[in-house]
Design a protein around this ligand. Structure first.
Ligand code: PLP
Length: 355
């Protein structure tokens, strides 16, 4: 079965086999070597300087990294402006609410781009916002939000930027030299092709000094301090670390960030043009989308369940639209061990359903 959902991804044999290594005690040096390699390879994905940036690992899915980042990076007296244009932006608002972090949300229609004029107006209204949170690739619709434009707005105002990069880290450009950028949350099992169970926050070291401690298990500063000292507070998902490290070695062997971006871009374009020839249109213009996942309009007279089931019978798992979009859209991710021949068969499958 090939997974065309936005994580977990179809594994390569190399990563799958890496799960079958020696049993490890997480208090032995072998585990800390593994943890160190994961952390330094994560820095390497974007060529980051370890004296300025730190990769902080945690056991849990992408949302745990997101929760850890939001709970820590907005200081006790800070105030967060959350930009919502999909399910994941809403999730950040739910996290901020849960931790009673002072916040406000700028809500957009899920199909809309972030309205920078509205964001600027909120930041300039004199209400003391210290941080902005945004989703890089809003997986709800496939939209890639423009971090560069937003970073410029934040830099000009001395406001710090917190990014959910869960479905973009490893495949889309992120400008870590943007001085407004304080942290990016991401996960092992999306564009990096690991298995689910480990996620991480890339955090600017200097920004950790002001971090709050609102959560016990996901306390970012404690995790950061202990991992720097070759330690860990709790039992990590050891086997998932094996897979993450192997996936990062494979990522490097395949040419790193640029190569992964290009590979996804080619697959996404192959899906787009194949579907277009069948009359199945993208929900957003391709140049506003990530290369990771795209949303498509369900053809008239085809409901999602029958499309899903027919494709599953042919070996593909596609993904539904979320919330109010579930009746109108379906989504195709091309992360993981997917090749051009798979896309040819997918397009044939969709063509078969339409007939
Ligand atoms: C997948 C995803 C998450 C996290 O999902 P988990 O199920 O917790 O791994 C968060 N944000 C975005 C943008 C995502 O695509």
């Amino acid at each position: 079965m090939l997974l065309l959902n936005p994580g977990p991804v179809t594994l390569t044999e190399r990563v799958r086999n890496s799960l079958l290594q020696a049993d490890l005690c997480h208090r032995e040096s072998e585990f800390f070597d593994l943890q160190d390699e994961a952390r330094s390879r994560l820095l390497g994905v974007y060529g980051l300087d370890g004296s300025q940036w730190q990769a902080v690992l945690m056991t849990g899915s992408g949302t745990s990294a997101l929760e850890s980042m939001i709970a820590a990076m907005v200081p006790e007296n800070g105030k967060l402006l959350i930009l919502e244009n999909g399910v994941y932006g809403e999730r950040i608002t739910q996290i901020a609410t849960q931790y009673r972090i002072a916040h406000e949300s700028v809500k957009h229609d899920w199909m809309q781009a972030i309205d920078l004029a509205r964001v600027t107006a909120r930041l300039d209204a004199g209400e003391g916002f210290t941080h902005v949170a945004v989703i890089h690739h809003e997986t709800t619709t496939g939209r890639l939000n423009d971090l560069n434009a937003l970073g410029a707005v934040c830099r000009a105002r001395g406001v710090k930027l917190l990014v959910d990069g869960v479905s973009s880290f490893g495949a889309e450009a992120i400008d870590f030299s943007d001085t407004s950028l304080d942290a990016v949350a991401a996960t092992a099992n999306k564009c990096l092709h690991g298995v689910p169970g480990v996620s991480f926050v890339m955090v600017r070291r200097s920004a950790l000094d002001a971090a709050a401690s609102r959560t016990y298990y996901l306390d970012l500063r404690r995790l950061a301090t202990l991992q720097d000292a070759r330690s860990t507070p709790f039992t990590p998902a050891v086997h998932v670390f094996y897979a993450l490290v192997e996936a990062l070695r494979e990522f490097e062997d395949e040419g790193g960030l640029v190569a992964r971006h290009e590979r996804y871009a080619a697959l996404a374009e192959q899906v787009r043009s194949g579907f277009a020839a069948l009359g199945v249109e993208g929900a957003l213009p391709a140049d506003e989308c990530s290369v990771v996942l795209r949303a498509y309009r369900l053809p008239v007279g085809v409901d999602y369940a029958s499309l899903h089931d027919a494709l599953k019978a042919r070996g593909f798992v596609i993904y539904a639209g979320q919330g109010g979009l579930s009746a109108a859209l379906f989504r195709i991710s091309t992360m993981g061990a997917i090749v051009g021949g798979d896309v040819v068969r997918l397009v044939e499958g969709v063509g078969g359903v339409l007939k």
